[in-house]
Write a protein that binds this ligand. Structure first.
Ligand SMILES: C[S@@+](CC[C@H](N)C(=O)[O-])C[C@H]1O[C@@H](n2cnc3c(N)ncnc32)[C@H](O)[C@@H]1O
Length: 298
């Protein structure tokens, strides 16, 4: 798989840490895709004991996952500790006094990198990751997901495809040759990373969303509030000048439709099962058949 871009990890954590307080004010797309992912999940028959909300952010999906699976142990993991502070608060508010009921498990909050999860092998039944994996190295993250999933576990996620914010990317290209918008993996790369991580029966599909803005500056401001900064390692050093922003804005005007500027998002929905079942197939007589490829010489 070709590595599209290498996000600077410290910068990602710092950006989202700073964004935590105002993130919910502008997380419109994240709410839509989170709801869609939860709805898709409601059609799957599952009784997870443990759910990991990976890249949980301010935790909106955490409370909803708790409603969908009331007896489950929820784990919220995020690389930005301030996001987890917000998630904890949001969970308390969403549950009110109900959170003191004996059967209500309190979520566990862990500041952890998706590429190196501080969780035991085979410890999670469901991994839920809404718009977080686009900030991560997919090969490492899917291999961690496979490691922590129990044998019959499921991973559901959304991430962003390469057409995302193409209007902004094109507009910046009129200013200089530096990458100003993060680069995203395509479905082929995502599928390959899932297969390489030995996740089983991977399924991917794509949906397009358009948010609209009065000005290009308003879009860029929202991205900043979200914490969705340019974290390309080859980004232009230093601050962006007023002239450059003016040029981007002028170029963006060509996309104006019915009085508004569109910002396109290509959202990729995916799911896959733990590959453990595929590795060892249970026979009717109770024996387990292990493929020859997995038998190692001692
Ligand atoms: C766009 S937000 C989505 C948050 C949340 N899932 C939602 O639906 O609103 C992306 C989140 O992923 C987190 N994140 C980014 N890189 C990460 C990594 N390597 N490991 C864990 N979390 C990460 C960010 O801190 C941020 O909270």
């Amino acid at each position: 798989m070709t590595r599209a871009f290498v996000p600077e990890k410290a910068k990602v954590a710092h950006s989202f840490d700073r964004a935590a307080i105002h993130y919910d004010d502008v997380a419109i797309l994240q709410k839509q895709t989170g709801d869609e992912l939860l709805e898709r999940l409601s059609f799957v028959k599952l009784q997870p004991q443990t759910i990991l909300d990976l890249g949980a952010g301010t935790g909106r999906n955490l409370a909803q996952l708790g409603q969908l699976y009331p007896k489950t142990q929820l784990i919220a993991a995020d690389i930005a500790p301030n996001m987890l502070v917000q998630a904890k608060q949001a969970y308390k508010e969403a549950n009110g006094l109900k959170r003191w009921l004996p059967q209500k498990n309190k979520p566990i909050y862990i500041a952890s990198d998706a590429e190196q999860l501080s969780l035991a092998d085979n410890s999670v039944d469901l991994v839920f990751a809404n718009l977080a994996l686009q900030w991560c190295d997919l090969a490492k993250s899917f291999s961690e997901i496979q490691r922590v999933l129990r044998p019959e576990g499921l991973c559901v996620f959304t991430t962003l495809g390469p057409d995302t914010l193409h209007e902004l990317r094109e507009s910046w290209a009129s200013v200089d040759d530096y990458p100003h918008v993060n680069v995203f993996y395509d479905m082929h790369d995502i599928g390959e990373a899932m297969m390489n991580a030995k996740l089983a029966e991977p399924v991917l599909d794509m949906d397009r969303y358009t948010l609209t803005y009065d000005t290009a500056l308003a879009l860029m401001k929202d991205l900043k509030v979200l914490g969705a900064r340019n974290v390309n390692s080859g980004r232009r050093p230093g601050l962006t000048g007023k002239q450059a922003l003016k040029k981007v804005s002028q170029h963006y005007e060509q996309f104006r439709q019915e009085g508004l500027l569109p910002a396109s998002y290509e959202v990729i929905y995916g799911h896959a099962w733990s590959g453990a079942q595929a590795k060892q197939s249970h026979q009717q007589d109770g024996s387990i058949h292990i493929p020859i490829s997995q038998i190692q010489r001692l």
